[in-house]
Design a protein around this ligand. Structure first.
Ligand code: PMP
Length: 429
């Protein structure tokens, strides 16, 4: 369908310019169904980028449950109702011991912000160690630990003094590559020990357990074990940001931290948890939660409201009943195999990152220098849209295709994506 200029003008007139939309000439989206978005002209677009709608667009069970609850009762979370207790119990049941206490909020940014506050309160310290190339949110604290230059070019220089940044453990593009990437763990651990020796032991180390912002790059083996040990040694906590990677998307693992063989002290969850409905959570140990309680009270009007609790419970129920973690593994393996086959024929593909339906295709101008193919990646995304596929770049250099579709992606749709990408890479962009 042609771009709706009048609507775009209305959007631009009312919304702050910083609130961007995908594409220069964006399709106007009117409906969603499973793995497709439907534009105003009735054209179905395969949604390969949406890491929020994990159980698929417009899932009937979610629509029914949320509508029913909205018609019945919705209020702030200080009231006593069943939905919040059911949801909190269902969520903690998915986490290993001793992670058993939940705090409910409305977004990933809030969850990260709150996780930092909780860690600071429980330890009586301020410092947080974060990694480079990361994105954790837009609120003051979550933005302060977001180091990606792509999302916040002004972060460098404005970062508050309580944030300490260690190198991004990126085995493809970082300072240490390939096998050498094993050096990131000891280096980050040494930086934490140096802070402690300097009388500034941090409240926490915070990172995604599977590096999402860089395009789904796996952390080096043993990285989190090493860094968590160092932070705990000095009395600090380990925070895992599972906002993007958690809830089965990796296929082989339900949580990203499982891939690293560790259990964090604080976990943040959002995005998929609400399937597009605003919902976030912090899960921690009884001991850490008690440390936060000692600080005072916490209240979020809509965090854990009856409707958001029902939404969260329903999403978790669907992930389990439809075997979506297993689907992510099976379809993700097929998709990855297809992408690896493309890499043999197209020199622009520098690497295929990720696991399950958390994949990143890194595009480069030269495989030896790994020069990011930034303009090419944008052009490829535009061409894919013309062929009916929604795709966007990610990473500090915006040169990684962010392949994070709904977990209900069928095999044939995965094949369509690979075929369309092959077509674009073969015919040019
Ligand atoms: N953490 C991670 C790892 C994320 O990917 C995001 C969102 N991109 C956030 C936190 C922030 O979540 P939200 O946009 O819901 O505030």
């Amino acid at each position: 369908a042609p771009v709706d200029d009048a609507l775009l003008a209305r959007r631009d007139a009312a919304l702050a310019g910083v609130q961007e939309h995908y594409y220069g000439d964006p399709p106007r989206i009117e409906r969603g169904w499973r793995v497709h978005l439907v534009d105003a002209g009735g054209r179905a677009l395969l949604d390969m980028v949406n890491n929020v709608t994990a159980i698929g667009h417009a899932h009937p069970a979610l629509t029914a449950a949320a509508s029913r609850q909205l018609a019945l009762l919705n209020t702030n979370s200080r009231f006593h109702y069943a939905a919040i207790a059911d949801f909190a119990a269902r969520l903690t049941a998915l986490l290993p011991a001793p992670l058993e206490k939940v705090l409910l909020v409305n977004s990933g940014s809030e969850a990260v912000d709150l996780a930092i506050r909780v860690a600071q309160a429980a330890t009586g310290r301020r410092g947080v160690v974060a990694v480079g190339e990361a994105y954790h949110g837009w609120t003051l604290a979550s933005d302060a630990v977001s180091t990606s230059i792509a999302d916040n070019p002004n972060a460098v220089g404005t970062r508050p003094d309580w944030v300490h940044v260690v190198d991004a453990p990126n085995a493809y593009r970082g300072r240490h590559r390939g096998e050498d990437a094993r050096r990131y763990g000891p280096e980050a651990a040494a930086a934490i020990r140096a802070l402690a020796a300097d009388g500034r032991p941090p409240a926490a180390f915070l990172a995604e357990p599977f590096f999402g912002n860089a395009g789904g790059v796996a952390l080096p083996d043993g990285y989190l074990a090493e860094v968590y040990a160092a932070v705990r040694e000095s009395g600090g906590l380990a925070i895992a940001d599972e906002v993007q990677v958690g809830l089965g998307r990796l296929g082989r693992w339900f949580w990203g931290f499982e891939q690293q063989g560790v259990v964090p002290d604080v976990v943040t969850v959002a995005k998929s948890l609400g399937n597009g409905f605003p919902l976030g959570a912090v899960i921690t140990t009884a001991e850490v939660a008690a440390g936060f309680e000692a600080e005072g009270s916490f209240f979020s009007s809509s965090g854990g409201s009856p409707v958001s609790s029902v939404v969260g419970s329903t999403v978790l129920e669907v992930i389990a009943s439809e075997g979506l973690q297993e689907r992510a593994r099976v379809v993700g393996d097929r998709l990855k195999a297809g992408l690896l086959a493309l890499a043999e024929r197209h020199a622009i593909i520098g690497a295929v990152h990720g696991e399950g339906l958390y994949l990143g295709l890194e595009l480069v101008r030269d495989r030896a220098t790994r020069e990011p193919a930034t303009a090419e990646t944008a052009a490829i995304c535009d061409r894919l849209l013309l062929l009916g596929v929604v795709m966007q770049p990610t990473g500090d250099h915006k040169n990684v295709l962010k392949i994070k579709p709904p977990l209900v992606l069928p095999e044939d749709a995965a094949d369509v994506f690979v075929a369309r990408l092959d077509e674009v890479l073969t015919t040019g962009w």
